[in-house]
Design a protein around this ligand. Structure first.
Ligand SMILES: *Cc1c(COP(=O)(O)O)cnc(C)c1O
Length: 431
């Protein structure tokens, strides 16, 4: 199986974290998101252990909660001692509702409104990751009004292309995020931040992209960021306390994707960081990283019921399911690849090629093309693997389709964490 939390039981059913997925489809109905809580907790612990061991005892992973944002995941993050980053006041609201300590929350985004800034600062947020001068001026003004010093990291663009798909590539110089070292604008915004009375500048942040499968891009980013920081120390006598290296560790969606060992990757990045700090005499900053996808993606499986199978004579076959781009828009958006199987016939040979199509009135509403399955029948349960990240988080109500529930599974036991949206929920805001 693609990941070690997946297996097939004696009834030929797919299991996730030991739970029979076909039985869960019966119990909760379809379509349905499952999330292996045990897996997410293991990943949190791996990141924490590795970062504290290989970087320094102060190092900390922040869960990039845009990947999957609901109360239960913030509660889990809190229990695991994780800090989180949020990209909107909505995510902040949910994190606070789940009882997270605001001091453990970092606020990202390239277009924060004045209302966002006030809300976050009134809530006592730990850090802003500031993107631009206008934002810095707004933060400083409001901090002065409140009589506080607001902790801030600056988002810097180191100018790295980690060779991933362009739409999820943010470390290059012409990115909409942050200030580039190469153009001199990073130094400029550093000076600007230091001139703002309400701001305590704690350090720097970069995020170079997603689906990165080896340590090299992180080492390159660390090189560029530390070279920049050493330059500021030598020129202005400023030493940063914090260096945030962002997220982006890759996840295996299909058999042909590479596998990345998180512990080993962080060990290599850590060794590299210690080497640069020794060579330059720069004190090791508190290193932060922001895993999103790699914490939750392979903990997720989506279950659908097959509604019909249509073969267009001489062309191709479609298997139509009771969900689609409203619960997983990633194929429609990016052409992202997924692995599918039949949860109730999980060990049958997959010798039928088809396009898995969603139920929306939109030809592009597909889960994937040329996918291999045992020939499906109406009523079979189709499982899409590795849907824990950027599925629920990106779900919509297009065609007025209600959002799916999330069932969490811990040590084989299932608990409803998000209930299925109702038609009443959908019209709750409509006057
Ligand atoms: C999206 C994002 C992340 C998480 O990226 P993953 O690929 O999900 O690990 C981390 N930091 C920032 C700033 C992001 O925008």
């Amino acid at each position: 199986m693609l990941h070690s939390n997946l297996s097939v039981n004696e009834n030929h059913h797919l299991t996730l974290c030991g739970a029979d997925t076909a039985e869960l489809a019966k119990k909760y109905g379809t379509p349905l998101y499952l999330l292996d809580e045990t897996r997410v907790r293991e990943k949190c612990r791996t990141y924490q252990r590795a970062m504290k061991t290989y970087f320094s005892p102060e190092a900390r992973p922040l869960y990039a909660s845009k990947a999957l944002s609901f109360k239960g995941i913030y509660r889990l993050a809190k229990e695991e001692g994780m800090a989180v980053d949020v990209v909107s006041p909505g995510e902040l609201y949910i994190a606070l509702s789940a009882g997270m300590n605001p001091a453990d929350i970092y606020f990202h985004g390239n277009a924060k409104t004045m209302a966002d800034i006030r809300y976050a600062m009134d809530a006592g947020i730990g850090y802003f990751v500031a993107d631009n001068k206008t934002e810095l001026a707004r933060i400083s003004d409001y901090a002065k009004e409140k009589g506080i010093m607001q902790k801030v990291l600056l988002r810097i663009t180191p100018g790295i292309d980690p060779h991933t798909f362009d739409a999820v590539n943010t470390g290059k110089v012409d990115s909409k995020f942050g200030s580039a070292i190469a153009t001199g604008q990073a130094e400029e915004i550093f000076n600007y931040a230091r001139s703002q009375a309400g701001i305590e500048l704690c350090g720097f942040h970069c995020h170079i992209g997603s689906q990165i499968f080896d340590e090299k891009p992180f080492c390159d980013a660390a090189d560029l960021m530390l070279t920049f920081m050493v330059g500021l120390r030598d020129k202005y006598g400023y030493t940063a306390k914090v260096l945030n290296l962002g997220g982006g560790i890759g996840v295996r969606y299909v058999e042909s994707d590479p596998y990345i060992d998180i512990d080993d990757t962080l060990r290599l990045v850590g060794a590299h960081l210690h080497k640069i700090c020794e060579e330059t005499g720069y004190p090791m900053p508190q290193i932060l990283m922001e895993p999103g996808r790699s914490l939750v993606a392979d903990a997720g499986v989506t279950l659908y019921e097959v509604q019909n199978v249509k073969t267009i004579t001489g062309y191709k076959s479609y298997a139509a399911i009771d969900g689609g781009m409203t619960d997983n828009p990633r194929y429609a958006l990016y052409g992202s690849k997924y692995t599918v199987l039949l949860a109730n016939r999980a060990d049958e040979e997959a010798d039928f090629t088809c396009t898995v199509a969603g139920r929306c009135c939109e030809s592009g509403d597909l889960i994937g093309e040329n996918m291999l399955l045992p020939k499906p029948n109406a009523g079979d349960i189709l499982a899409v693997l590795v849907t824990g990240a950027y599925n629920y988080a990106m779900a919509s109500n297009y065609n007025c389709i209600p959002k799916l529930p999330i069932v969490m599974i811990a040590d084989g036991k299932d608990t409803l964490a998000v209930r299925r949206e109702t038609y009443e929920d959908m019209i709750a805001c409509q006057l």
